[in-house]
Design a protein around this ligand. Structure first.
Ligand code: SF4
Length: 163
């Protein structure tokens, strides 16, 4: 290889090498921040989400980091090439992470292995799978439900003991 060829190869190779090094450095820095957030959450005992939160299918996750970049709460990060909910208590459950995942590896769920929740399944007729309870629709305009009960804060409905 003569000198002009070598020079030309270097002109192409050096920027590519620099880009790879910067990418690896940013990735490493991001992972360290995620590990720190995870350690802080564990130390504070805040390892459970209060409500709706993402669960990552580790088989599907390719560690793209799209979820972490999409999360405004910095609740999710990438550790060891996989997405992890690093600050569960910071998650507000709006699902930006799930929408940003390119391989649909994130599902939003309530509850966890340690903190189960029983949310009644509701049929189109507003019957729940909990004996004795029906789901009542209410109008937002008047703040009342169709059966005359008073509604609370804004929401899609509430449950009422069937009479
Ligand atoms: S649901 Fe929202 S707050 Fe929670 S991890 Fe996903 S993007 Fe972040």
């Amino acid at each position: 290889m003569n000198d002009p060829d070598l020079l030309l190869n270097l002109v192409y190779a050096i920027p590519v090498l620099l880009a790879v090094l910067v990418y690896l450095w940013l990735r490493r820095r991001s992972e360290q921040a995620s590990l720190q957030a995870l350690a802080d959450a564990e130390q504070a005992g805040l390892t459970e989400s209060a409500s709706l939160h993402p669960v990552v299918d580790l088989e599907r996750c390719i560690g793209s980091g799209g979820c972490a970049r999409a999360c405004p709460e910095e609740a999710i990060g990438v550790v060891g090439g996989k997405a992890v909910l690093v600050s569960p208590s910071a998650c507000i459950g709006h699902g930006a992470c799930a929408a940003a995942c390119p391989v649909e590896a994130i599902t939003l769920v309530f509850g966890s292995e340690r903190r189960g929740v029983d949310i009644p399944a509701v049929t189109p007729q507003f019957e729940t799978n909990v004996p004795g309870f029906v789901h009542c629709r209410r109008t937002r305009r008047h703040g009342t439900d169709p059966q005359g009960g008073r509604a609370g804060a804004a929401g899609d409905g509430h449950h009422r003991q069937a009479s």
